[in-house]
Design a protein around this ligand. Structure first.
Ligand SMILES: Cc1ncc(C[n+]2csc(CCOP(=O)(O)OP(=O)(O)O)c2C)c(N)n1
Ligand code: SF4
Length: 302
């Protein structure tokens, strides 16, 4: 075993039995090994790192990682992560969520975390289905594809997670797949280093609950699909919408600076504490504005 792999393995809990609970050929193992490689390459202090998930096959990921970990409720990884980060801003906080976890039941938390720009990294493993519960279609199941709840093909249209995160204001947004492992390592590291809310969508495969229903011959066939369907941001810039049909665009989509939520919050709190008269003035102004509103309403009623 190479030294790099040995170092990465130290980021796995020693008492956890391997192999994992995941099905053979599932992309989740690729995501976990990439994350541990990146953690070890960055030398992340395990005691100063928190890996947090909701529920689902992806939700099992932190249970193997040897940092502070939280396996929370479905759709609430980012809610818990926000609390953890606010309580201890020193921590590097990473969440791992499935597509259902992040943009179905957790959709509201997702868009507001993007908007808030809190320094958390969100890894969204998009296998295009509810894997754990047996293949119900999710918000990223492509139109026309089958799920157990869409036996004749999905009549809804799918979310584009990158566009959703971008529109909601995330300051780092990237996408790759479990086929593009080296890129995955690079993007995860870049996202973790980014100061603000970062999203890495990882297109993955669930042969058990999605592939079988959609005529893939096995997990390898799904990796082949990823290889053939991915185009880089640069290539996409030179392609027509027709040529981009059925493709996904990998690479960095957004990378920009914006003051981070906790920094802004702490600065404001400091300023207000330093100038208590400003607090009183603001309170007075608020009370007066409510009084004026009350008087106007009263006058209307009379
Ligand atoms: C509040 C609540 N609703 C529903 C469930 C059932 N449930 C467990 S996992 C899951 C879907 C998981 O799909 P996804 O988030 O895409 O993750 P994957 O398993 O594909 O990694 C659902 C609906 C639950 N555990 N809690
Ligand atoms: S059900 Fe799908 S997502 Fe879950 S472990 Fe199996 S292959 Fe992976």
């Amino acid at each position: 075993m190479s030294q790099a792999i040995e170092r990465a393995r130290t980021y796995l809990k020693p008492h956890k039995k391997l192999p994992t609970v995941w099905c053979g050929g599932c992309g989740l193992g690729v995501v976990m090994s990439s994350l541990t490689r990146v953690m070890s390459a960055m030398g992340l202090d395990k005691n100063k790192t928190a890996t947090i998930s909701g529920i689902g096959c992806t939700g099992r990921l932190p249970t193997y990682i040897d940092t502070n970990t939280l396996h929370t409720t479905h759709g609430r990884a980012l809610g818990f992560a926000t609390g953890v980060k606010l309580a201890n801003p020193e921590l590097t906080v990473i969440t791992a969520m499935g597509d259902g976890d992040s943009v179905a039941i957790g959709g509201n938390h997702f868009i507001h975390a993007c908007r808030r720009n809190i320094d958390i990294t969100a890894i969204v493993v998009n296998n295009q289905i509810y894997g754990m519960t047996g293949g119900q279609y999710s918000p990223t199941t492509p139109h026309g594809k089958r799920g157990t709840t869409a036996p004749y093909g999905n009549v809804e249209y799918e979310f584009d997670i990158v566009s959703l995160a971008t529109g909601a204001g995330a300051t780092f947004v990237a996408r790759t797949s479990v086929y593009h492992v080296r890129e995955l390592d690079k993007l995860l590291e870049r996202a973790i280093r980014h100061r603000g809310f970062s999203v890495v969508e990882v297109v993955s495969n669930c042969y058990t609950s999605y592939g079988r229903l959609n005529k893939f011959s096995g997990p390898v066939d799904m990796f082949k699909w990823m290889k053939e369907s991915a185009v880089t941001v640069k290539q996409a810039g030179e392609m027509s919408p027709e040529e981009l049909e059925g493709k996904f665009i990998r690479g960095i989509h957004v990378e920009r600076e914006q003051p981070e939520f906790i920094e802004v919050y702490d600065k404001l709190a400091e300023e207000l504490a330093a100038d208590s008269s400003a607090v009183n003035q603001k309170r007075r102004a608020t009370i007066e504005s409510y009084q004026r509103l009350g008087n106007r309403l009263k006058a209307r009623i009379e």
